[in-house]
Design a protein. Structure first.
Length: 645
């Protein structure tokens, strides 16, 4: 990422627009400050750090100083008019980010090769991070070096070292993933406990209803068996009496005639019912065919209408063409010029094409009309046939009704004759048969007292069974998530992917630390971390007497800490694939002796081989060493900071 240009207005201490074109400067830029509001020689508060804040705020909408959006606006601007802008280049593409704040409203624009890629503020920020391959924390740890990120890493406890290292290497996201997985597992376990309790209770209810249904079914079967036994007993008694009555000669023939008439009546009623059933089916078919026939008639009429309309349109077009042809060679009533056929040739061509299109449609409609008319004729024939059959069934219905009336009349006469001829013994037997028949019929009609109870029990059983199946399915799903979440807890845990990455990264980190220490401590000290991030500090070459970090001087601490920070930054850039062209060293030489300042200067020169280094310092020795390099002077006067050329 090559940062080429920045601009700011009403931002922090800046009032009127300030802009810097980094392409016009070399790779080492001394950022000097003059705070004329504090008197001659004052430089604190001039706004030197505002340059890097412009870049950070424009990209991420956050400030290294932990100020909010409102506090980012210059106090004298009245909370309005803040605007920052950064131009940068990645892989040959030019990008531009503009951030504004007006009246409490934040806006951000994002451009790629002159194309506006702006979306909502959150979506635009995601796109910027995706393009830069660095988020806010990563960016400030690879670009900005000062008191905010060169803390005494070696003075921390091993656990804290690991936490810092994971954070710097963007591994803290895996800690969050692990925590999320743990929370989800806890919720899942709670759900499993709740669903299991309900599931077990439902299983008990299901077993209880199953037992109840079996008991009801047993009672129902016993009742049905008793009913059948009673009916069998009554039928046996009725048959015995019929047998006794058959032995009586008097009235026997008449009785047999009545039974024969009953059989004929039953047969005729059955035939009448079948006839009515078929008659109804035929009637429904007639109604359906009638409706279909009417729809076909409408279709035929519509086709007729369309053909007639197209023929009229064709006639109109032909008349239009004839009118134009008849005027050829005459005078135009509008311009009084001679009418030339070639001037309306396109109109004639269009008319002829339209006439041909209409004719094609008419031919197609005529074919369709022919088919529809044939289908209409078939429906008429089918309808006539069905109507004939329907009339036949209606005639049979009348005949069945007449025959049934005759049979009923004959039965009445036969019954009367039987009663006239029968003696008292026969009549008594007949009465007994009728009584038994009535008792049998009553038994058959007697409602099953267990049907409703059994149905309700089965319905409740089905409802509980459905719930049980749901609970079981829920448990299966929930229990299936447990090993999945346990895997990710382990994978994202202390001994998982984070540990694996750290083990792989530590050799690279050690290499980079010792690379920078050759400049910062003149290669007199080496530092190496174990996989547990326990440091080993030795003289170079080793003499068997290792250093203890807490026993070293403050200046040595400061230089070693800077070397560690630079090493972490390089590892972060390697892992992200991003290397911003600018690096800012903010007061990294404070409280160092001249050899320490010289070491910082050598480090600056080494960094400048690949990146543009912005240096802010109050140290006169470092200022002297930077005297021959490009300088940007920030002057603060009357509450506003500006760049003085």
């Amino acid at each position: 990422m090559k940062i080429k240009y920045i601009r700011a207005k009403n931002f922090l201490s800046i009032g009127e627009p300030v802009e810097i074109d980094f392409t016009k400067y070399g790779n080492i830029i001394n950022i000097r400050g003059e705070n004329r509001d504090h008197g001659p020689g004052a430089s604190n508060g001039a706004g030197k750090s505002t340059i890097i804040e412009i870049i950070v705020y424009t990209f991420f909408g956050k400030l290294i100083k932990n100020l909010n959006h409102t506090e980012a606006v210059n106090i004298k601007a009245g909370g309005k008019g803040l605007e920052t802008e950064v131009h940068f280049e990645i892989d040959g593409k030019d990008y531009k980010v503009i951030r504004r704040r007006n009246g409490g409203k934040n806006e951000v624009e994002y451009w790629e090769d002159g194309i506006d890629k702006t979306a909502t503020n959150p979506e635009t920020l995601k796109e910027i991070i995706k393009t830069a391959k660095l988020n806010y924390d990563s960016f400030i740890n690879v670009v900005c070096f000062g008191q905010h990120n060169t803390k005494q890493f070696l003075a921390c406890e091993p656990k804290d070292k690991r936490s810092i290292a994971e954070n710097l290497l963007s591994l803290d996201k895996y800690v969050k993933y692990c925590d999320v997985a743990k929370k989800k597992l806890k919720v899942i376990q709670q759900k499993i406990d709740t669903v299991s309790a309900v599931y077990e209770k439902s299983l008990q209810s299901l077993a209880s209803y199953d037992k109840q249904i079996k008991q009801i079914q047993k009672q129902q079967n016993e009742w049905k068996s008793a009913q059948l036994n009673t009916i069998d007993r009554l039928q046996s008694q009725m048959l015995r009496i019929k047998s006794d009555m058959g032995k009586l000669n008097k009235g026997a023939n008449t009785f047999e005639n009545i039974a024969e008439l009953d059989a004929q009546i039953s047969d005729k009623l059955h035939l009448k019912g079948k006839n009515a059933e078929i008659s109804l089916i035929v009637k429904e078919k007639i109604e359906a065919l009638t409706e279909n026939k009417q729809n076909l008639m409408l279709s035929v009429k519509e086709i007729h209408y369309t053909i007639t309309r197209h023929q009229k349109d064709m006639d109109d077009l032909k008349q239009s063409s004839n009118n134009l042809l008849s005027q050829s060679g005459g005078k135009c009533p509008v311009c009084y010029g001679t009418i030339d056929r070639k001037n309306f040739q396109d109109v004639l061509k269009h008319n002829n094409e339209q006439i041909a299109e209409y004719q094609k449609e008419i031919d197609g409609l005529a074919e369709s009309l022919k088919k529809q008319q044939a289908l209409y004729k078939k429906r008429e024939d089918d309808l006539a046939t069905l109507k004939e059959k329907y009339e036949e069934f209606k005639a049979k219905e009348i005949l069945f009704a007449k025959t049934l009336r005759d049979l009923e009349q004959r039965k009445i006469l036969a019954s009367a004759a039987f009663r006239e001829k029968a003696d008292s013994a026969t009549l008594l037997l007949e009465q007994q048969i009728a009584n038994y028949a009535e008792q049998i019929e009553q038994k058959r009609r007697e409602a099953d007292p267990y049907i409703t109870i059994l149905a309700e029990a089965k319905e409740e059983y089905a409802n509980i069974k459905e719930k049980v199946d749901e609970y079981k399915a829920d448990l299966t799903i929930l229990q299936g998530q447990v090993p999945y979440l346990e895997f990710w807890i382990k994978a994202f845990g202390d001994d998982g992917i984070r540990s694996f990455i750290l083990v792989e990264v530590i050799p690279v980190l050690n290499n980079r630390i010792n690379y920078w220490l050759q400049f910062l401590v003149d290669n007199k000290i080496t530092l190496n971390f174990s996989k547990e991030l326990k440091e080993k500090i030795e003289r170079n070459p080793p003499d068997g007497d290792p250093f203890v970090y807490n026993g070293m001087s403050g200046g040595e601490h400061q230089r070693i800490d800077l070397g560690i920070a630079l090493a972490f930054a390089q590892v972060m850039m390697l892992s992200s694939g991003a290397m911003p062209s600018i690096i800012c060293l903010d007061e990294v030489g404070t409280n160092l002796d001249r050899p320490g300042i010289l070491a910082v200067y050598n480090t600056i020169c080494e960094l400048a081989r690949e990146r543009q280094v912005l240096v802010t310092t109050h140290d006169p020795d470092l200022q002297e060493m930077l005297a021959g390099y490009d300088t940007i002077t920030i002057v603060k006067e009357n509450g506003y900071s500006r760049i003085e050329q």
